[in-house]
Design a protein around this ligand. Sequence first.
Ligand SMILES: NC(=O)c1ccc[n+]([C@@H]2O[C@H](COP(=O)([O-])OP(=O)(O)OC[C@H]3O[C@@H](n4cnc5c(N)ncnc54)[C@H](O)[C@@H]3O)[C@@H](O)[C@H]2O)c1
Length: 247
Amino acid sequence: MPTPRKVAVVTGAARGLGRAISQRLAEDDIDIAVWDLNLEGAEETAKMVAEMGVKTVACKVDTSSAADIAAAVQKTHDALGKVSILVNNAALSPFCKFEELTEEAWDSLMAINLKGPFLCTKAVIEDMKEAGWGRIVNISSSSAQTGASSMAHYAASKGGVIGFTKALALEYATRGITVNNVPPNFINTEGLREAPVDVEAFAQNSAPMKRTGKPRNIAAAVAFLASDDADYITGHTLGVNGGRYCN
Ligand SMILES: NC(=O)c1ccc[n+]([C@@H]2O[C@H](COP(=O)([O-])OP(=O)(O)OC[C@H]3O[C@@H](n4cnc5c(N)ncnc54)[C@H](O)[C@@H]3O)[C@@H](O)[C@H]2O)c1
């Protein structure tokens, strides 16, 4: 029996880190399901990845919606087969002063940034259990490690992702499924460039390397954690942050 091909779901992969992660996993000959709210961008990523020689499918999905996720899992199964790798990357990174932060804004960010990874993981964990092999890589944030002014809801959601990672890692430790997280800092993406700060100037002042990082730096860390070689690493936080937070 030929070994089944690995299939990765990458959420939020219409641009930025999700796109770079999709491309990097495709370099490792992994088939890619590109999930994003933005279907046009997801299709563009899928096309780029298909040109690298792997199979791919693009799905329009809001990762805070269990119904959207169920439909995307079905489409992914039909096109590529069972899911072996999940990269929970989709998130919003808004700034809001604490006193202006409303209950609605808090709840809606938690639904995307924290409930989203929970729902996506729930939807594919059976595939991994059946295979006795799985990799879950959650993209958290250095903001949860250092704190971040005007980002209380964001930092709390990403702190939740780190706790979620550790708890799941222990629960699935004997099942061949590893669960790790990568907290980025100052990686030059469309999302970062939309932040209401001069990112390069901010990096010059506060980053030890005095520069931003590249999406490929995150993608390489994810590819390592998703590899067979990383099968004794679980519950880990692999910071890719140019030395901004050392642990
Ligand atoms: N770039 C950085 O420096 C940095 C730093 C810390 C953490 N992060 C984290 O890295 C991840 C990716 O960041 P990025 O800079 O590439 O962001 P980005 O804004 O460039 O891309 C995010 C993608 O997620 C999608 N998305 C948003 N909400 C969604 C939803 N509900 N359902 C499906 N898709 C959704 C967007 O359409 C977009 O394509 C995020 O989790 C972010 O919090 C990034």
